[in-house]
Design a protein around this ligand. Structure first.
Ligand SMILES: [Zn+2]
Length: 576
């Protein structure tokens, strides 16, 4: 899964050459065979099984591309009329062609950073976790921070949180701050606690927890808002480091057929890198970024409104947090956790106090900005819907497309409200087969039955947008399609599906990942389906996911990825 710096560079150069070639293709060349006046296509993909996502023409054989956009879709014979002497013709050999995947919820730079960081997610014991950190630390320059990791203690037995003592001995020369895979907890070593000045006397910040041992000493685990206690000592990456990380992420995206991403932690320092890559013709994914809600006044001042920018790079959204996560026991519920009767989670600091949250939302709405709120527990989702409802009541109905990210554990009465308020459910099905291993023990059967309730959302007419939350889950969309259609948990315990009544069809899953995600970023007229006029973002798959058994979907891989008709990825084993 990882990719070296050199291959990322080679890839970037190839994208630049490809994009330049498209720019240079003169419109004066005409299609020889047609006899019509229309110009020749730059690219024709023929003999494909095209699932277009266009209800007016669901299936086709071939697609022609001109100047980055789709210009013809249909039978080989009709589309080949667009062929000219310089048209590149790709024979898809009967493979399945789909619109590029649009991941509606990623942390793109974090994902890029995770590719080269210490890999802890699949460690199956505390011993293995410590060993991997030790092996990594041996090669880390003295004093350099060891970060990321994405550990998951639920894969160990017993599933106890790691402590600073576990890692201190193997990291004497490096500050260590390792993310739990859900992004709602970190474990730091004693060196970092010292640097940040966190002691037994430090109070828990609002919306956060400093985990402590029996004697009241911090264990090194910091939850939600407490994570920020180390921010002021954590080094900020240089522009060159940011660029390397983002280039790695771009390569990862192209290799998985992800042609658009919606970034839920846009940092202005990264925005400068995306902008530079765009100017250089090397931005090989379409990017929509949402900075944190605390920065609402920046975009409000500019008056840009939602989804402002070009086809390739846009801003105009805001990310807010209503609560934490189920795994970290910081998701906010009406009733306590089934296995922890004193705890019902907590609202995130973005919601404290609610009067400030209201002001921010009011400013966002007055500025026509889009709001995307992370809400996991049923009470967090309800509170967010209440706030959205107040805004609509005050300012009147409008095409806001405000979103709830994750929408994980729904109160039964809120599905209806979701639909009435036209709120988009931006969901990550892979988490259902990951958390499904242990979620029921934590919240009980009744609440679990409305967890990752994709079928119920669709039945209520709620619009779904699919994504992964990468690097919290793998970026690979085939795994997400597998998860949504099988709900077969990763531990093999529910091979027929965890709450199988919530499965969706492969057609519904692909739609949520393409047209659904495009709608969630106001881009449904630009992308999401293969039809004339739309951006030529397409992928070719090694297996026909529409006809194979859902259990086999995860063995599928991407053969080719095109962005605006430019090939940005070709599998090594692809002879096409
Ligand atoms: Zn996220």
């Amino acid at each position: 899964m990882t990719c070296s710096g050199t291959s990322a560079l080679r890839f970037a150069a190839a994208v630049a050459v490809g994009l330049a070639a498209v720019a240079a293709s003169a419109k004066t060349e005409t299609a020889a065979a047609s006899g019509d006046a229309h110009p020749a296509a730059d690219l024709i993909i023929r003999d494909a099984r095209v699932w277009t996502l266009n209800p007016a023409q669901p299936q086709a054989e071939a697609v022609a591309v001109l100047d980055g956009r789709i210009t013809a879709v249909g039978a080989d014979s009709s589309v080949l009329l667009w062929r000219g002497p310089k048209t590149r013709v790709v024979d898809a050999m009967g493979n399945r062609l789909l619109p590029g995947f649009n991941d509606a919820h990623v942390h793109f730079a974090d994902g890029g950073a995770a590719l080269t960081a210490v890999q802890l997610n699949d460690a199956t014991s505390l011993k293995e976790f410590v060993k991997r950190i030790a092996d990594y630390a041996v090669h880390a320059p003295q004093g350099e921070w060891i970060r990321s990791g994405n550990w998951d203690e639920t894969k160990w037995s017993p599933a106890a949180l790691p402590t600073r003592q576990d890692i201190d001995a193997v990291t004497p020369n490096n500050p260590v701050s390792l993310d739990r895979y859900d992004g709602h907890m970190i474990i730091v070593n004693s060196q970092v606690l010292k640097l940040a000045g966190i002691t037994a006397k430090t109070l828990d910040p609002p919306g956060g927890v400093i985990v402590r041992d029996a004697s009241g000493q911090p264990t090194g685990a910091l939850k939600d808002a407490a994570i920020e206690l180390v921010d002021h000592v954590t080094p900020v990456p240089t522009p060159a480091q940011r660029r390397r990380i983002i280039e790695n992420a771009l390569h990862e995206a192209a290799s998985h057929g992800v042609t658009s991403v919606q970034d839920m932690t846009l940092d202005y320092g990264d925005l400068a890198v995306y902008s530079q890559l765009l100017r250089e013709g090397k931005l090989s994914v379409r990017f929509y970024g949402a900075p944190p809600i605390g920065k609402v006044s920046d975009q409000a001042k500019l008056g840009i409104g939602h989804a402002f920018g070009s086809d390739s790079l846009r801003i105009g959204a805001l990310k807010m947090f209503a609560d934490g996560s189920l795994g970290s026991r910081t998701a906010y519920f009406f009733e306590p956790f089934t296995d922890e009767p004193q705890n019902r989670g907590l609202l995130f600091k973005d919601m404290l106090p609610l009067s400030r949250t209201r002001q921010r939302l009011q400013l966002a709405d007055a500025s026509e900005l889009q709001v995307c709120t992370h809400a996991i527990g049923d009470a967090a989702i309800s509170t967010t819907l209440d706030l959205y409802q107040e805004i609509e009541k005050r300012n009147g109905p409008r095409d806001r497309r405000w979103r709830i990210e994750h929408a994980q554990h729904m109160a039964a009465r809120d599905f209806e409200r979701f639909a009435q308020l036209h709120v988009i459910a931006s969901v990550q099905p892979y988490q259902a087969i990951d958390d499904g291993r242990w979620a029921e023990a934590r919240i009980g059967h009744d609440r679990a039955s409305r967890t990752y309730a994709f079928r119920t959302f669709i039945d209520h007419g709620v619009r779904l947008a699919f994504g992964t939350d990468w690097p919290i889950a793998p970026l690979d969309p085939l795994l997400t399609l597998y998860a949504a259609t099988t709900r077969a948990t990763l531990d093999g315990k529910y091979s027929q599906g965890w709450f199988p009544e919530q499965k969706v069809s492969i057609q519904e899953a692909i739609a949520a990942y393409t047209v659904g995600s495009a709608y969630a970023e106001f881009q449904e007229h630009e992308k999401g389906s293969i039809e004339p006029g739309k951006l030529a973002d397409m992928i070719l798959l090694s297996q026909d996911v529409l006809t194979i058994a859902p259990a086999a979907i995860r063995d599928t891989h991407v053969l080719k990825t095109w962005l605006g008709g430019v090939e940005v990825y070709a599998a090594r084993d692809s002879s096409l």
